[in-house]
Design a protein around this ligand. Structure first.
Ligand code: FNR
Length: 339
């Protein structure tokens, strides 16, 4: 269903930002299964700022291409009104440069304030921002004033309820549209139970939509659990990372599909959008989970190209047809451009 006007974050279910997982095929699949909003993987401001925006007429995508020709971010019309661009940043000016680069192609921009991994925090980004609320405020105010799309951020909880609430109240004053709250402390690992009480207290203390996150593993395994998690946190919306990475059909109100079916649909998007083969493999291996050492899993791991991965799933014919279609488009474009 097309969204008219600005993207709303009230009463939505979102695919969480996930490095390597949240590329175009996964985002499109999550939308097909019923996610309302899809976040891209975290992209670092310095790298994005060097990218060129390229309209890829063959794939019918918009690509943000690095100086070494790597496609850092690929998007398309289908997700235009639903995709949130998440960046890693610790610098208001650079954040704005990147947001302006992508704003015409995305539905919202988000700042990662929750990643505890060293590559993020050592530059003052991710969870390091949580201890610098002045910086948070400067980045968010600059973005809100400078771009036409909604601005959001994703945080972790602070050591006490009072600190967490006061941070989110301060964030709300910057004019952001919503805040995703991953209900774990900076030091906690994904296996630790999520603190629904913190998310609930935050949701009560502010008027903007709070997006509850952290429920995969113990709370959210099926589609009906999403509503339970929403109720348990009193949040307006829910964001799923691992549950969606393992099987994105968790977004479907029709119930979970067998992961074999989901992997095939994933692979079709990966082929159609010429996804990086190593990225395709990575995502399929996440879905294979404990079957990663099965004969299929071993074949996927050994594959070096999307063509070889297609063979593992018996999708050679689909692969070939797609290549033929893309070649036909390439040829047509070339003859159009000839005088
Ligand atoms: C993540 N997470 C994450 N968070 C973020 O803000 N930006 C990112 O790029 C990533 N990358 C990422 C990759 C992978 C593989 C995982 C599993 C997680 C954290 C994620 O968005 C989420 O906050 C946590 O996983 C908790 O939510 P779930 O998994 O309990 O639904």
């Amino acid at each position: 269903m097309p969204v008219t006007g600005r993207l709303s974050f009230s009463n939505i279910t979102a695919l969480a930002p996930m490095v390597r997982v949240g590329t175009l095929p996964m985002r499109l699949l999550a939308l097909d299964y019923g996610a309302d909003v899809v976040y891209c993987e975290e992209l670092i401001d310095i790298k994005m700022a060097q990218c060129q925006r390229v309209e890829n007429e063959v794939l019918q995508t918009v690509d943000f291409v690095a100086p070494d020709d790597r496609v850092m971010f690929r998007t398309c019309e289908r997700e235009r009104d639903r995709v949130v661009f998440q960046m890693g940043t610790a610098d208001p000016d650079r954040a704005l440069t990147v947001a302006k680069l992508v704003e015409k192609d995305v539905a919202a921009v988000d700042v990662n304030m929750g990643c505890p991994k060293e590559y993020s925090t050592k530059g003052g980004m991710g969870a390091a921002l949580l201890s610098d609320p002045d910086k948070i405020e400067a980045i968010l105010r600059k973005l809100v004033a400078g771009v036409s799309v909604p601005v959001t951020c994703k945080i972790r909880i602070l050591p006490s309820l009072e600190e967490t609430i006061s941070l989110v109240q301060r964030i709300q004053k910057t004019g952001v549209t919503a805040v995703a709250v991953h209900g774990r402390f900076k030091e906690e690992r994904p296996r630790h139970p999520v603190h629904c009480d913190y998310i609930q207290a935050v949701a009560q203390a502010v008027s903007i939509p709070i997006i509850a996150n952290g429920g995969s593993l113990d709370l959210v395994k099926t589609n009906t659990d999403i509503e339970e998690f929403r109720k348990a946190t009193g949040a307006s919306s829910v964001m799923l990372a691992r549950a969606a990475m393992w099987n994105p059909s968790v977004f479907s109100s029709q119930g979970l599909l067998p992961v074999e079916t989901v992997m095939e649909e994933y692979l079709k998007y990966a082929i159609r959008y010429d996804n990086n083969a190593f990225n395709t493999k990575y995502c399929l291996c996440q879905m294979l989970r404990d079957k990663v050492e099965s004969p299929l899993g071993k074949q996927v791991q050994a594959a070096q190209t999307n063509a070889e991965i297609s063979e593992a799933y018996g999708l050679q014919e689909f692969y070939q047809q797609t290549q033929d279609q893309l070649q036909a488009r390439r040829d047509a474009l070339q003859s159009d451009s000839q005088p």
